[in-house]
Design a protein around this ligand. Structure first.
Ligand code: UTP
Length: 287
């Protein structure tokens, strides 16, 4: 599930018309990186929770008949393969509308009729994780498969930034996994239970939907997924997964720039020229 109905205020004016999730890092939109990570984790149904003003996110994954025909006629088969291969055969996409941006918890609840009672993954596309070989979501799925527990992705964050995250306290359980013992949304640094921030990857039991039904507005007047996870923790095990892979907060301009540079450096055809350009900037030459 990709909750993408937020307003993207940190990236205005870019996100006034273009959804944040369609901003490109090098030459692919954020949402495509997230979908590729989901597919690598074995997901076969992609649910986008969007709003009526955000267009183009699901369209990006539709067949582009005219473009494909034109590429075919011009013999541009490598580009054609790249756009055809975005969604493999057998994978379906569903769009659910969140009528009003009442919070991430509310967005997740909107997808209940599609998801049912099974465990499911939630991915926030503006948290990009550079694939270290086994994608971040795959690491959560593997931990869930081994334990049956709900799993949330976390990473150490600077103390002074805890108010930008959900923050967890963890304890090692007898199996050596990190069990979540507390979760607080956007705490002040002095109130944070640790420096482990929740980042946009979750593998949740279907029970979360019932708990979300009973969740009232919390921090920022929004229905918070964090509050429902706190209730879930009271009745079943929730584990923290410190996944491998560098994460970029692409919801903020600085994180977005870092991701753009690192993803470009990872591309053989761009790397040398980009390094040369950055070296010239670092030495103050205008180029
Ligand atoms: P954010 O807190 O990052 O909000 O939401 P945002 O609107 O995307 O961006 P800023 O902070 O205003 O710049 C976290 C995730 O939850 C989704 C967002 O789309 C994002 O993926 N979300 C948030 C919803 O789908 N619905 C909501 O009501 C709120």
């Amino acid at each position: 599930m990709f909750p993408v109905a937020g307003l993207g205020t940190r990236f205005l004016p870019a996100t006034k018309v273009v959804p944040k999730e369609l901003l490109p890092v090098v030459d692919k939109p954020l949402i495509q990186y997230a979908v590729e990570e989901a597919l690598a984790a074995g997901v076969d149904t992609l649910v986008f929770v969007s709003n009526r003003n955000k267009h183009g996110i699901a369209d990006h994954f539709d067949k582009a008949v005219e473009i494909e025909r034109s590429l075919d006629e011009k013999g541009k088969h490598d580009v054609l393969a790249r756009i055809r291969g975005i969604i493999p055969e057998g994978v379906s996409t569903v769009v659910v509308t969140q009528e009003e941006a009442l919070g991430l918890g509310h967005a997740v609840l909107c997808a209940r009729p599609v998801v049912g009672d099974e465990p499911f993954a939630v991915m926030l596309p503006d948290d990009m994780v550079m694939d270290p070989g086994r994608g971040a979501l795959r690491q959560l799925v593997d931990l869930h498969a081994a334990t049956g527990a709900s799993v949330i992705g976390v990473e150490p964050v600077p103390r002074e930034k805890t108010r930008q995250y959900g923050v967890v306290a963890v304890e090692d359980n007898p199996q050596g996994h990190q069990q979540v013992t507390a979760i607080v949304e956007k705490p002040e640094p002095e109130d944070a239970p640790s420096n482990l921030g929740v980042v946009g990857r979750y593998l949740l039991s279907g029970r979360i939907f019932e708990l979300l039904e009973d969740t009232r507005a919390g921090v920022g007047g929004e229905i918070q997924l964090t509050d429902a996870i706190a209730a879930l923790m009271e009745e079943s095990e929730v584990l923290a997964c410190q996944f491998e892979g560098r994460r970029y907060d692409c919801g903020s301009p600085m994180g977005f720039l870092e991701a753009t540079i690192d993803y470009a450096l990872a591309r053989g055809e761009l790397r040398e020229d980009l390094l040369e350009f950055m070296a010239s900037r670092a030495t103050g030459s205008a180029g």
